[in-house]
Design a protein around this ligand. Structure first.
Ligand SMILES: [Zn+2]
Length: 477
């Protein structure tokens, strides 16, 4: 008996059942389409905001089709800078949305709204802004220029004094609320640092400092000599100290004066990169200098000094102790407190006297430039001054004859004069002075400029160095 009511519905006319099914399917399909449409709309509206500049939704009314379809406008966009190009992309996107989403009614035609041309650095998209800091910008001037409340700038500066030190090239992004007040501001301080300011209460901002960590890699930086070596290396990012150290390794190998514009320089260094951008130049391992077919290296040894490829110190000193080809007899020593034998007054002897036969050849003790050739009857007699670099100067007195002229460049060992007995002199001799930064020092005890003795490697150090040299040279190739 109970079976009956169950059987009955199943035996209802098949037509009825079919109609029911169809209705169900139609309802289902309708629901499915509605869901798909809703989802699609949702996606376009809530694109994730990971790039403020490009992802912000555009108001439809701001742009018209005419703006984009007009050819002349397009040409102008092509010629303009990237900020405007981005703007153009935004316009096109807006246009796409419009075409697919809305009826293109005639209001579009009637309203050819022209977007005012904007400053290169000011890209205005609804309530999103950015600004690239230029040289004289302050937070206040930026705010004023952008129509923001300068008092907010003042408030921000009070709470975050860092903001007083803006640098050209930094960027600001911000978002305003309906009242035009800043809700969020992003300061791109450097490749490494970003500061985010968020409005948390009336005129009250919370700051978050984001510091990116770089990746350290060994890298060969390449450049060319332009002007002098030091400035060319500094252009690659080396500090003056790094340049100084590197050059010490080169000096014994070649005269830097002989470098020409266009000579290649390559620096192997530990570099820190952030987003593939070099941000820090760390330890410099080596320099390779290429002049035509000649290749020179300056490579860091474990003792902290730089050397040439073979680790040898070639030119131990730039100076000879004596400006003569032999070791002479000293007839009077350097003495700043010497008293005159008769008057007893202090008459310093600012040089050393070498007892020499008249006509003895005097040689340049180092490379230099002749700065003076003169005669002083009651004093120095015939004398010469030679400048060696910016720091050193040597003086030769009582000469019988000079072999050089003012302004002439001389090489170490070059003949410069014959000794004599001119001026106030009690007998044939050469009076020789050595000046450092304009002060006379004892030529016989002065530490002669050149390679410091501590930089000469021990055998063990040199062996380790030569092993390293092979590895370093391989890195340049
Ligand atoms: Zn003297």
């Amino acid at each position: 008996m109970k079976l009956k009511p169950i059987i009955l519905p199943s035996t209802l006319s098949k037509k009825k059942q079919f109609r029911k099914k169809i209705t169900f399917v139609i309802v289902f399909v309708f629901l499915f389409i509605s869901i798909v449409i809703t989802l699609k709309n949702y996606q376009t509206e809530s694109e994730p905001i990971n790039d403020i500049k490009t992802s912000y939704e555009l108001p439809m009314d701001d742009f018209s089709v005419d703006d984009i379809s007009d050819d002349s406008t397009n040409i102008e966009i092509d010629k303009s800078d990237t900020a405007e190009k981005e703007n153009a992309v935004e316009k096109e996107e807006a246009n796409d949305i419009k075409e697919s989403g809305e009826n293109q009614d005639d209001t579009v035609e009637k309203k050819p709204e022209i977007i005012p041309k904007q400053d290169n650095e000011d890209l205005h998209i609804n309530d999103q802004f950015n600004h690239i800091v230029t040289q004289n910008d302050t937070l206040k001037t930026i705010f004023e220029h952008q129509g923001l409340d300068p008092e907010i700038a003042q408030k921000l500066l009070q709470d975050f004094p860092d903001l007083a030190h803006l640098k050209a090239g930094q960027q600001f992004y911000w978002v305003t609320n309906n009242d035009g007040d800043i809700e969020y501001m992003d300061w791109l301080v450097s490749y490494r640092e970003e500061q985010v300011f968020q409005l948390v209460a009336q005129d009250k901002f919370k700051r978050e400092v984001l510091v990116k960590k770089g990746i350290w890699k060994e890298k060969v930086l390449k450049g060319k000599v332009s002007g002098n070596l030091s400035s060319s290396l500094q252009k690659l990012g080396l500090s003056s100290r790094q340049v100084y150290q590197l050059v010490q390794g080169l000096k014994p190998q070649l005269s830097l004066k002989h470098l020409r514009n266009g000579d290649k320089i390559e620096v192997l260094a530990n570099c820190e990169f952030i987003d593939d951008k070099l941000v820090t130049l760390g330890k410099v391992e080596a320099l390779r200098l290429i002049r035509g077919k000649e290749v020179y290296y300056s490579i860091l040894a474990d003792n902290g000094h730089y050397y040439g490829e073979n680790g040898a110190v070639i030119n131990k000193s730039q100076f000879s102790r004596y400006p003569l080809r032999f070791r002479p007899r000293i007839s009077s020593h350097f003495n700043l407190h010497r008293r005159h034998p008769i008057t007893r007054r202090v008459r310093p002897h600012k040089g050393v006297d070498f007892g020499l036969k008249i006509g003895t050849l005097v040689i340049a003790p180092a490379d230099g430039v002749v700065t003076r050739v003169a005669y002083q009857r009651n004093g120095a007699g015939k004398y010469i001054k030679i400048k060696h670099g910016s720091k050193y100067e040597t003086v030769y007195m009582h000469l019988s004859r000079s072999l050089v002229k003012i302004g002439q460049k001389v090489k170490k060992g070059q003949h410069i004069a014959y000794s004599g007995n001119t001026g106030r002199s009690t007998g044939p001799h050469l009076h020789y002075e050595f000046h450092i930064n304009g002060r006379a020092v004892n030529p016989m005890t002065v530490h002669l400029p050149g390679i410091a003795s501590h930089s000469v490697m021990s055998n063990k150090e040199r062996k380790a160095y030569l092993t390293k040299v092979k590895k370093v040279i391989a890195k340049f190739k």
